[in-house]
Design a binder for this molecule. Structure first.
Ligand code: FAD
Ligand code: SIN
Length: 533
């Protein structure tokens, strides 16, 4: 089956919904999501959105803080482009109906909190559930738009590529998607395809990310021959709740912004020994310090304490975290919170310019899937949602200005003649677990050449197994995600092995110092045959 649109937006997090809402309403847009509309990291965002909203603050200062966190690898032009748009993007969200936490005494009328690496209070938020406020509002707006067709439970599999007759250059004609309700593969055609599929936190055993974060867009673009960069820079958030029954619950950096302290089990504060900015040092430093203390002392976790603040303050600023911790018997008004670092944000991704354009004509990438150069070797807290907004809107403008709509010729049909129903789902489940565990053990916060080589070898064997499975059986969401996880894990290992220095989020015991002139790690695959099946 084939369905044609003007634009396909794959992924309905903040980046995808922003792009879909910003496109010309005369365009027929498909907003494709592998789960339900609001599912994705965006709805779990807690701390807020970084933007310059106070006259004591400045774009220069926000740019500088971003470049410092990026440890010499952020692209200054991209950083300036995105940071300069902060105020307009926040105004756009307010115009859509998003309600931020008010502060009548503040110049812009909203409370601004602080997070690690920021030299000013510049994080606008909706209490401690900013993502929920933003995605609920935008989901409502998307459902009101007559030109947007929402395709939930459709998993993008691979791009459908064409070749320009003169130049031989590849261009994107659309994507194959698995409709998980019917089990059928649908070919979606369009003159522009926007990948907004989020990050790849699920490649690690412990992560703050939702189940959908399997790096699909990165793997899909890479298989089609687009360049991917800086995958070694996986950000580990320092403070994920440590509890046997708490799956992936983040304890926002905003707690540290409001004074919370990291403690050892005996109540000793340890961050001042690691960095003069203590708990407000950038995330790579705080996560590494926790990892160091845990390994040195044989601890399962450390503690984060905000109980010295008044109960009123905690209830007003952190209601969702308070409630969730209470469910696990932890009252953060009275006791410290057990925390551990966990994989949180994919700083690398599909290389794009400042319109979201990738190496492949008619293919764009935005949000956590993309690499614009903003985050360098380490993302500054709350810069991600800002990037989703700025790039979502810039991409929509570029798509609007590109070639006019044409009738799609027939797309190649998905061929299932050689495959049968899978007989051994246990293989898929086992390999999922194995990829995530080996990445956690061998490609975590501290790396070595030996561990990377071991990971690479094991991933190669898993890839062979999965390729054979993929070639023999009908596709399922689990299998497609596993295939992507292995590709993305391999990209992380290859990028990490190529970086012979320690910088930002990439720390290796074999090369502990920094080289003088750093450059992004860029990878591209030589064979491009994603639509062969
Ligand atoms: P997502 O919001 O993850 O959306 C991805 C979408 O793509 C989903 O709809 C998913 O279903 C869909 N999708 C994926 N694969 C496919 C496929 N194959 N086919 C079809 N659809 C697909 N950043 C901040 O700036 N501030 C914060 O306070 C903050 N807090 C965070 C808290 C948590 C717990 C987490 C996990 C992240 C946080 N971040 C924060 C990071 C930020 O939330 C994410 O980087 C950002 O939301 C990513 O948005 P996105 O639109 O790129 O992707
Ligand atoms: C947090 O609230 O700590 C998450 C902020 C972010 O990831 O930018």
């Amino acid at each position: 089956m084939q369905k044609d649109f003007d634009v396909l937006v794959i992924g309905s997090g903040l980046a995808g919904m922003t792009a879909a809402l910003s496109l010309d309403p005369a365009m027929r847009v498909a907003l494709v999501s592998k789960d339900h509309l609001a599912e994705g990291s965006s709805q779990w965002a807690q701390g807020g959105i970084a933007a310059v909203l106070d006259s004591n603050d400045s774009v220069e200062s926000h740019v500088r803080d971003t470049l410092v966190a990026g440890a010499g690898l952020s692209d200054e032009k991209a950083t300036r482009f995105i940071v300069e748009r902060g105020r307009d993007e926040i105004q756009w969200l307010i115009d859509q109906g998003v309600e931020f936490t008010a502060d009548e005494a503040a110049e812009f009328g909203f409370h601004l909190t602080r997070e690690g690496g920021h030299s000013h209070r510049r994080i606008i938020h909706s209490a401690d559930a900013t993502g929920r406020a933003v995605t609920q509002t935008l989901s409502r707006r998307v459902r009101e738009q007559a030109n947007i067709e929402i395709l939930e439970r459709h998993v993008a599999i691979d791009l459908i590529l064409g070749t320009h007759p003169g130049s031989g250059k590849k261009f994107c004609r659309g994507v194959y998607t698995l409709d998980t309700a019917s089990g059928r593969v649908v070919s979606l055609g369009a003159r522009a395809t926007v990948l907004a599929t989020g990050g790849a936190g699920k490649v690690y055993l412990y992560t703050t990310n939702p189940d959908s974060a399997t790096g699909d867009g990165i793997a899909i673009a890479w298989r089609a021959g687009a360049r991917v960069a800086n995958m070694e820079f996986m950000q580990f958030h320092p403070t994920c709740l440590y509890h046997p029954y708490a799956k992936s619950f983040l304890i926002s950096e905003a707690l540290r912004g409001e004074g919370a302290r990291l403690l050892l089990p005996d109540g000793t504060r340890f961050m001042p020994e690691h960095d003069e900015r203590a708990e407000l040092a950038p995330r790579d430093i705080v996560a590494r310090a926790i990892d160091y203390e845990m390994k040195k002392r044989g601890l399962d976790h450390v503690y984060l304490d905000i109980s010295f603040k008044s109960p009123d303050f905690i209830e007003h600023h952190f209601p969702a975290i308070l409630e969730r911790c209470l469910e696990f018997g932890i009252d953060i008004r009275r006791q410290p919170i057990p925390v551990v670092p966990a994989a949180h944000y994919t700083c690398g991704g599909v290389m794009t310019n400042l319109a979201g354009q990738t190496d492949i004509d008619q293919l764009y990438a935005i949000g956590e899937t993309a690499y614009t150069g903003l985050h360098g070797a380490n993302r500054l807290a709350s810069n991600s949602l800002l990037e989703c907004l700025a790039m979502g809107r810039a991409c929509a403008a570029a798509v609007g200005a590109s070639a006019p709509s044409q009738e799609q010729a027939r797309l190649p049909v998905w061929d299932e003649s050689q495959v049968t129903d899978a007989d051994e789902q246990v293989i898929v489940a086992h390999n999922w677990e194995e990829v995530r565990r080996l990445m956690w053990n061998y490609v975590g916060i501290v790396r070595t050449d030996k561990r990377l080589a071991r990971a690479r070898h094991r991933l190669q064997m898993l890839k062979e197994e999965i390729t054979s499975f993929y070639g023999s059986f009908k596709v399922s969401r689990d299998l497609l995600e596993l295939r992507n996880l292995v590709d993305v894990a391999t990209l992380i290992v290859d990028c990490a092995a190529a970086r012979r220095e320690s910088r930002g989020l990439h720390f290796t015991q074999d090369y502990p110092s920094q080289i003088l002139v750093p450059a992004p790690t860029v990878v591209r695959q030589s064979i491009t045959s994603p639509d062969a099946r």
